[in-house]
Design a protein around this ligand. Structure first.
Ligand SMILES: Cc1cc2nc3c(=O)[nH]c(=O)nc-3n(C[C@H](O)[C@H](O)[C@H](O)COP(=O)(O)OP(=O)(O)OC[C@H]3O[C@@H](n4cnc5c(N)ncnc54)[C@H](O)[C@@H]3O)c2cc1C
Length: 383
């Protein structure tokens, strides 16, 4: 695998310098603490300030400068902690992109800017028990409050950053409950709106959901019980969030794909080092053809997905990312991560089966990658 690292083929010296800077920063700010965050179930509050202090929570979501974000996302993945990468990815990209795209100046000042400074943590609360792959089954509803605002009731599941978030970007049915002109209630994903809900509003309850992997991602169940939300917290167009979601989900898949890609880089580096070090009958594991061919296969696929991921990032930076490209990237990167993690575990032998081993963590973490942000089967249908 040496000599054909994905970093050597498509980036200029300036990009490599930037990548190296990001890698060094993550090496200082993330790696020494990540095991502790995995044990706690979330990043330490000080970490957000530290990341923001280095400008890592305020990189661009679009335009040419997004290419810097693409480097950050790959490098976050390369830390090898999918919980950390999910937590930062949701905060700095998946949740806040809706504010960046559709927020009013007041919403940007109250939510987006403090998020970029690491002062307010963002979460994205979309999924429900009956609405995961099929969002048309959404059950969280908003009805009109006496003061002209909304009262929100419902339950969201698997919300990353859930217990620590200062606000939720959430998807709610607004039309069927608020129609005043006698029109028929909205069906499917018509009549839904994105709402900004402050986590400290009375009626917001959150409980931790212990997951197989992504242990530092702070995944929670969030219940809204008659939560009062002022009218000016509707993000984007009322009742028409479907058009925002189409854009948001493509971006989410691009982000998830780039994060997973970095995760594969980490996994292959770990595997490479292991098979060179581990000796069986005085021969490094690496010398066995059965091992080399598996590594070659993974390395070749990693190279392809890396080039594809960077192509997708470039398209996005030009405002030309299409759903198909984002979907193919997310599907291929996360499925490659599963294969790579399996081979990595296998060649680590029993040591890889130790709960605290890195190979075991990568194996556990890879499983959620093909489900979160769009299950593989749904993505295949879309392609
Ligand atoms: C670790 C983790 C973190 C998450 N973080 C968040 C978050 O921060 N915010 C949030 O809102 N959500 C989050 N999610 C939820 C995630 O988006 C959903 O899990 C995902 O959309 C799938 O929905 P579901 O789990 O309800 O599975 P279901 O929709 O019930 O699907 C179950 C399975 O059915 C299969 N399937 C689905 N569609 C098809 C199809 N068309 N054809 C054939 N088979 C199909 C797939 O194998 C799928 O895994 C997270 C999930 C995980 C695992």
């Amino acid at each position: 695998m040496t000599g054909t690292t994905p970093h050597s083929t498509s980036h200029t010296t300036t990009d490599d310098t930037f990548r190296q800077r990001i890698r060094t920063l993550l090496g200082d700010l993330v790696l020494p603490h990540a095991d502790d965050w995995e044990a706690r179930g979330h990043l330490a509050p000080a970490a957000w300030k530290a990341l923001a202090g280095e400008g890592l929570l305020g990189l661009a979501h679009r335009g040419e400068a997004f290419l810097e974000s693409a480097v950050l996302l790959e490098e976050l993945g390369r830390t090898g902690y999918a919980g950390v990468r999910a937590s930062v990815g949701v905060h700095a990209y998946m949740a806040t992109s809706y504010l960046d795209l559709f927020g009013t100046p007041e919403q940007r000042a109250a939510y987006l800017e403090p998020a970029r400074r690491g002062e307010r943590l963002a979460a994205l609360a979309i999924t429900e028990a009956e609405a995961g792959s099929d969002l048309s089954r959404l059950g969280t509803r908003a009805r009109p409050a006496a003061d002209g605002g909304l009262l929100v009731s419902g339950e969201k599941l698997y919300v990353a950053n859930g217990s620590q978030a200062s606000f939720f970007v959430t998807l709610v049915k607004t039309r069927d409950a608020t129609t005043r002109d006698g029109a028929a209630p909205a069906r499917g994903l018509t009549g839904v709106s994105l709402l900004l809900i402050d986590a400290d509003t009375p009626g917001v309850h959150r409980t931790e959901q212990k997951m197989l992997g992504w242990r530092s991602a702070d995944v929670c169940r969030v219940v809204f019980e008659d939560v009062a939300v002022p009218e000016d917290r509707i993000l984007g167009r009322r009742d028409l969030a479907l058009i925002h979601l189409i854009q948001g989900l493509d971006f989410e898949r691009l982000v998830a794909g780039l994060l997973a890609l970095g995760g594969v880089t980490h996994c292959l580096e770990l595997l490479d080092a292991h098979v060179r070090r581990r000796r069986i009958k005085d021969t490094p594991l690496y010398a066995h053809q059965a091992v080399r061919h598996q590594l070659a296969e993974l390395t070749a696929d990693h190279e392809l997905v890396t080039q594809y991921g960077r192509h997708a990032a470039r398209l996005h930076s030009l405002g030309k990312l299409d759903s198909r490209t984002a979907t193919v990237l997310k599907l291929k990167a996360t499925e490659l991560a599963v294969r790579a993690a399996h081979v990595c575990l296998q060649f680590h032998g029993a040591q890889g089966c130790l709960d605290e081993s890195t190979a075991a963590r990568l194996y556990r973490d890879s499983a959620a990658g093909t489900i979160a942000a769009g299950a593989s089967e749904l993505l295949r249908d879309l392609i």
